[in-house]
Design a protein around this ligand. Structure first.
Ligand SMILES: *[C@@H]1O[C@H](CO)[C@@H](O)[C@H](O)[C@H]1NC(C)=O
Ligand SMILES: *[C@@H]1O[C@H](CO)[C@@H](O)[C@H](O)[C@H]1NC(C)=O
Ligand SMILES: *[C@@H]1O[C@H](CO)[C@@H](O)[C@H](O)[C@H]1NC(C)=O
Ligand SMILES: *[C@@H]1O[C@H](CO)[C@@H](O)[C@H](O)[C@H]1NC(C)=O
Ligand SMILES: *[C@@H]1O[C@H](CO)[C@@H](O)[C@H](O)[C@H]1NC(C)=O
Ligand SMILES: *[C@@H]1O[C@H](CO)[C@@H](O)[C@H](O)[C@H]1NC(C)=O
Ligand SMILES: *[C@@H]1O[C@H](CO)[C@@H](O)[C@H](O)[C@H]1NC(C)=O
Length: 497
């Protein structure tokens, strides 16, 4: 090959650099048409109406078994955006900022920015407030960040509201404003991207279906009340240690919910009408969010950018809709840690690739980097507090060639608790057949380590016969050998698995 030809090829490769549209939903469990089948969060549900995300899934690498590293917004997002786990970011709550307590780590948008991309962020990407410097981590973005202001419907104090058209045409909902802004931004960045001058990385973080479930009224009609069913397991798992429980205080504080005086105690839940209303409103909020995702993707198509733009979509963690009598997230149950994730790569995933292999949210960063052809991230050393750029995940691109390859035999999540003055960390792992959890005494800053000799509970669920995790076998003699093996895997951690 002559050097002119090589030069020309390099030029084409540079020209062909793909844009990234980075879409995020808040508290969206994988209750989407595309997940129908064994990976649905609960077998008892109406037909879901999510045509836009389903269409995206059809032309994506659909990661049906993706798990978050911690089922709470800020820890999950900080982990995904830096590709490091909570014990490295040191972010376990809604307050702390990884650059202050973990290290000066490079984020996904920051890396694309450093590689010449125009990075534009809007809505909820980082957790807002002090958890991201109060200014949404400015180093990650090329231009000032955009927030749509909180709408007045959210301030009324109700857990859910279906907003009639006559109202939302006068005052649009927060995420409607956000989607309109995304459309506007795509139009602005499109010309330079199409001319091959500067690719873009546009991040759009929807606030829904997070509480309060506020959505355009017409979406409620998709879910008639008579189609809404109760979960078939409105009780805590048999032999569940109490440390595993979360009393869903935030939901109980909404004024329509507070008036029923639910205690949040184990094996109590809401009255049937409230359970059904909340499930119905959540489904409606999911469909509403789906429509906004569709609006943004449609604009990408209209601008002729679909075949030069990688689109990733994920929800920051799962959500419990009354299964186990449990609500919200903040647990280590499957319904809290299992979340949607898909990546559409033009020319690569066009026919749709579904994988049932287990993956983790720390894997998205190295995957996007490989998909976009940027230099791969080095693996993080044991102590990466001074390593600006590295990953604690794995690129998922091999799944594109063969979705049956097992990249991970074991995936990890965690959730902290406070028992009186005692800090506890619940470490959990999932294999294809089991979920195993140990709740251990934990020393926070500056040590950030569990003391495995002081356990407050163990859980072992057999997903083969019990996908809803209704029976904790951790204390059963017949599971002792398996438990010892899983305990050893858990304590060795992700690095040695
Ligand atoms: C996704 O693909 C399936 C199978 O080809 C098809 O039946 C379905 O209509 C598609 N869904 C959407 C929303 O495009
Ligand atoms: C953090 O790292 C970035 C480069 O990734 C650098 O520009 C910045 O100055 C660093 N900040 C601190 C406080 O070290
Ligand atoms: C909750 O209810 C289940 C099913 O009835 C029972 O097995 C379990 O022991 C109860 N848990 C507690 C803590 O009461
Ligand atoms: C809830 O508690 C309040 C105050 O104790 C009481 O007035 C009200 O009747 C209770 N409501 C229900 C549904 O139990
Ligand atoms: C993308 O689509 C446009 C319009 O459909 C077409 O002109 C262009 O050649 C396509 N580019 C690639 C890289 O396939
Ligand atoms: C993956 O496994 C499924 C089920 O065993 C099989 O139908 C499919 O052909 C396999 N795909 C590849 C690419 O090997
Ligand atoms: C898990 O459940 C499956 C199906 O119910 C059963 O075959 C298997 O033996 C169970 N595992 C253990 C360790 O008992």
């Amino acid at each position: 090959m002559n050097s002119l030809l090589i030069l020309t090829m390099c030029y084409i490769a540079t020209q062909a650099r793909q844009n990234v549209l980075f879409l995020v939903a808040d508290d969206m469990r994988p209750q989407l048409g595309a997940y129908d089948g064994p990976d649905f969060p609960n077998p008892v549900h109406p037909v879901m109406h999510t045509p836009n995300i389903d269409a995206l899934a059809n032309t994506s690498l659909l990661l049906k078994k993706a798990f978050v590293q911690q089922a709470l917004c800020n820890p999950s997002r900080s982990s995904l955006l830096t590709s490091r786990r909570p014990d490295t970011t040191h972010v376990y709550d809604l307050k702390h900022y990884f650059r202050k307590v973990g290290g000066n780590f490079t984020t996904i948008p920051q890396y694309f920015k450093e590689n010449g991309y125009m990075t534009v962020g809007m809505g909820k990407i980082f957790h807002p407030g002090e958890a991201a410097s109060g200014r949404d981590d400015p180093i990650s973005w090329s231009v000032p960040y955009f927030h749509a202001k909180d709408d007045s419907y959210s301030k009324k104090g109700y857990s859910w509201l279906a907003i009639p058209r006559s109202d939302y045409v006068k005052e649009p909902l927060q995420d409607m404003v956000l989607a309109d802004n995304a459309v506007k931004v795509l139009r602005e960045v499109a010309p330079a991207a199409k001319r091959g001058e500067q690719p873009f990385f546009v991040a759009v973080g929807f606030h829904k279906p997070h509480l309060p479930f506020i959505f355009r009224g017409e979406f409620l009609d998709l879910y008639p009340l008579e189609d809404i069913q109760l979960p078939d397991n409105e009780y805590a798992p048999v032999n569940m240690p109490s440390v595993a429980w979360f009393p869903f205080d935030n939901l109980r504080n909404y004024k329509d919910i507070a008036k029923v005086n639910a205690s949040g105690d184990i094996n109590t839940t809401f009255p049937t009408n409230i359970v059904k209303d909340l499930r119905r409103a959540y489904y409606s909020a999911v469909s509403y969010t789906d429509s906004l995702v569709g609006q943004v993707i449609q604009e990408l198509n209209n601008l002729g950018l679909a075949n030069t733009t990688i689109v990733s979509f994920w929800g920051d963690h799962g959500w419990e809709l009354g299964e186990h009598g449990e609500w919200c997230k903040e647990t280590n149950f499957e319904n809290a840690v299992h979340a949607p994730m898909m990546i559409q790569i033009p020319g690569v995933t066009d026919r749709g690739i579904i994988t049932e292999q287990m993956t983790e949210f720390v894997d998205l960063f190295p995957t996007l980097v490989e998909a976009a052809g940027l230099s791969p991230l080095p693996p993080c050393p044991e102590d990466s507090s001074n390593t600006i750029l590295c990953t604690e995940g794995t690129s998922l691109m091999p799944l594109v060639t063969n979705p049956n390859i097992t990249l991970k035999e074991v995936v990890f999540s965690q959730y902290p608790r406070k028992l009186g003055d005692q800090s506890v960390m619940g470490y959990t792992l999932r294999t294809q057949h089991y979920r195993y959890t140990e709740w251990a005494a934990f020393t926070k800053a500056p040590i950030y380590k569990p003391d495995w000799s002081r356990l407050y509970g163990m859980e072992l669920y057999n997903h083969t016969g019990d996908p809803e995790e209704n029976y904790n076998h951790a204390y059963d003699d017949s599971y002792a050998t398996l438990r010892t093996m899983l305990s050893s895997l858990l304590r060795k951690g992700w690095r040695n698995s």
